[in-house]
Design a protein around this ligand. Structure first.
Ligand code: MTE
Length: 304
């Protein structure tokens, strides 16, 4: 099912079905192959993913106008205003390192690796706000399996495009560009971890990380790196942008954890965008049943 309509959403807040259908056709056209169109259609008609939350979704407007994408500026409104200069076709991702078959994938090839699936996930930003977003994507594992990781592949490093001609924000050294992120291999292979290529039934908007971005719902939002061009499997724990910029504030793991405060503010509660009252933040952002076992025996205060 592509869109759910809880009774508490005002009709004006949701997308009318005709517009939605056009978007779906747009997405299928953009996907660019009859095979993919068939697969995507089948996925969109199928039952909601067991991984999806039934919580009320944020509106398309909220999801696409309140963004962090520092390559386009540091204000929440900058990405929606400035990301139109990002060129998302042609697009390639290099997948290399501790693998049997290093390869460069074109975006169209990646779209064909697995049926597109809708996943309605909570996103909890380290800044204290959250949203519920209906992503469309494929498991990251389906891409990684293609390159045959070796036994030495313990971690996965990701990099965003770094092009000052398309990204005005990288002219300022607010971070050491390119934006970098990393996961442990078991986190990367986990079925909740996806590469998103769309949201709300349309091609991923540029401000949300087009054409392809990571989504790891049990970690703070900054782990979900946008506009990925390089993925490297490696033995060493990767350098990550926020850990490098402020190591005492942002750890490598960055699992959503209400018991571990950020040094400058509490992480015990969050404000859902569009709501007034705060709600309690859940361990692992509410995905503890699926992922807590990955960290068995680990000190999550030390490994924050
Ligand atoms: N990826 C890149 N390349 N650059 C960024 O600045 N910001 C991160 C993450 N991915 C960021 C990024 C942060 S802080 C958050 S909260 C999420 O993207 C926001 O994703 P959204 O705009 O789709 O909600």
């Amino acid at each position: 099912m592509l869109i759910r309509r809880p009774s508490d959403i005002l009709p004006s807040e949701i997308t009318p079905p005709e517009v939605f259908l056009n978007r779906r056709q747009f997405m299928l056209a953009a996907a660019g192959s009859a095979l993919l169109a068939g697969e995507a259609m089948a996925a969109l008609k199928s039952a909601p993913s067991p991984y999806s939350t039934g919580e009320k979704m944020n509106s398309l407007k909220e999801i696409t106008t309140y963004n962090n994408f520092y390559e386009f500026g540091t204000d929440k409104s900058d990405p929606a205003e400035k990301a139109s200069s990002l060129k998302t076709r042609p697009w390639q991702i290099v997948v290399e390192g501790e693998v049997g078959k290093a390869r460069i994938f074109g975006i169209e090839e990646i779209l064909k690796l697995a049926p597109l699936e809708e996943r309605i996930y909570r996103l909890r930003c380290v800044e204290g706000w959250s949203m519920v977003i209906p992503w469309i994507g494929i498991p990251l594992a389906s891409l990684l399996k293609q390159v045959q990781p070796t036994g030495n592949a313990k971690f996965v490093a990701f990099e965003t495009l770094n092009d000052p001609t398309q990204m005005p924000g990288v002219k300022r050294q607010v971070l050491d560009w390119p934006y970098r992120e990393g996961l442990r291999i078991d986190e990367a292979m986990h079925p909740l971890t996806i590469l998103a290529v769309g949201l709300y039934g349309e091609v991923l908007p540029k401000q949300n990380g087009a054409p392809i971005r990571l989504v790891v719902p049990w970690k703070y939002g900054f782990k979900s790196i946008k506009s990925i061009v390089r993925i490297r499997l490696q033995t060493q724990q990767p350098v990550t942008s926020w850990n490098q910029s402020a190591p005492n504030e942002y750890g490598f793991y960055s699992n959503v954890n209400p018991a571990v405060d950020h040094p400058r503010w509490s992480q015990a509660s969050e404000r859902r965008i569009g709501e007034y009252f705060k709600r309690k933040t859940l361990p692992f952002n509410g995905y503890a049943d699926q992922v807590a076992s990955l960290y068995k025996g680990m000190n999550l205060i030390k490994n924050f």
